[in-house]
Ligand binder design. Structure first.
Ligand code: FES
Ligand code: FES
Length: 341
């Protein structure tokens, strides 16, 4: 199988063919390199939200939905086959989206550095069926920092935009885009200057690629490996994404257990299991930010084995087990035996 030399995706409704670019380039670098400079770099580590954009993903019930993400952390190769909306695609001064109009009218912006990121978070919130209360709104915005406006005008502007959203959403082009969405990320591969990227769609294929590329790093949401790129200036020679591996994208139950695929995002886990396991729900609500949870996976948080990883204490307390798979078979371990140091 020879690797392709183009990464194709939709950006603000337009087909993009990215060539001659390192697969380790972040989406933020790519956007700004195309003069889409609304998205800003503040921290380059998923804390400030200035770089936020939206993608189309599926919720825990499989329904297409917008998700705000931190573009500073996502290598461009992970966008292959996806739909990306940057702040420029949300609207412009001649055709403002309701979340932009109320921010402008409600003085929700001063220097403006954080504003595009807030707009992309509000954009996700505007189309969320499950965002109903002021607390939900606060959680939606918890990944966006502002140094000068103060949060009250921003929150008030958001509440004004959301108050009549159900009456305006019906014939809106972004809602239609969700209705017609059938662009799930599938198999992908890309190579440039010796740097390779693979995105298999089955566990068998993943394990084969892993065996053939022992130097490869597995990647899902990139909320951890993205930091190696932005902060340690690393370039990974081979990345294998687990994001499209169907077996790892499922949450399933038996009479006695829940099985959470390693590539399921924390937002999906929170939506599906947060009520049944309140300790898990409480932890996930304060795990990073909305943008981080929209990309980060439980599998990634476990295998990173960071002493400050938030999911391990809850999983240890719940007596969770991990299923470890390789080309030669799989085995199940209590999670306390997985962490060896
Ligand atoms: Fe701060 Fe991306 S630049 S979260
Ligand atoms: Fe200046 Fe928010 S308006 S940082």
């Amino acid at each position: 199988m020879s690797a392709r030399n183009v990464i194709e995706f939709q950006l603000n409704g337009e087909k993009i063919e990215a060539r001659n670019i390192s697969p380790n380039t972040t989406l933020l670098e790519f956007l700004r390199g195309r003069s889409l400079t609304g998205s800003k770099e503040g921290c380059a580590e998923g804390d400030c939200g200035a770089c936020s954009v939206a993608i189309i993903d599926r919720d825990a019930n499989g329904k297409p939905t917008y998700r705000a993400i931190n573009s500073c952390l996502v290598p461009i190769c992970l966008l292959a086959g996806r739909d990306v909306i940057s702040v420029e695609g949300v609207g412009c001064s001649a055709n403002m989206h309701p979340v932009q109009r109320t921010m402008a009218e409600g003085y929700g912006s001063q220097c403006g550095y954080c504003t595009p990121g807030f707009i992309c978070s509000l954009f996700e919130g505007f189309y969320r069926d499950d965002l109903k209360t002021g607390d939900d709104l606060d959680e939606q915005l918890a990944g966006n920092l502002c140094r000068c406006t103060g949060y009250r005008p921003i929150r008030d502007a958001a509440l004004a935009a959301f108050s009549n959203r159900l009456s305006t959403i019906g014939d809106d082009t972004f809602a239609s885009r969700l209705k017609n969405f059938d662009n799930d990320p599938g198999a992908a591969e890309y190579e440039f200057a010796g740097e390779k990227f693979f995105r298999p769609t089955s566990l068998t294929e993943l394990l084969r690629l892993r065996k053939e590329n022992p130097e490869a790093r597995l990647i899902a949401g990139a909320t951890e490996l993205g930091l190696d790129i932005t902060k340690r200036y690393k370039k990974f020679p081979t990345l294998i994404s687990v994001e499209a591996v169907s077996e790892l994208k499922e949450i399933k139950s038996t009479a006695t257990e829940w099985h959470i695929g390693a590539a399921v995002t924390l937002t999906e886990i929170e939506d599906q299991l947060g009520e049944e396991f309140p300790a898990l729900g409480d932890m996930l609500r304060v795990f990073g930010s909305r943008q981080i949870r929209n990309r980060a996976t439980m599998g990634g948080n476990i295998v990173t084995a960071s002493p400050i990883g938030d999911s391990a204490p809850v999983l240890l307390a719940l007596d969770a087990k991990v299923v470890l798979a390789s080309a030669s078979g799989d085995r199940t371990l209590p999670i306390e035996e997985f962490f060896i140091s």
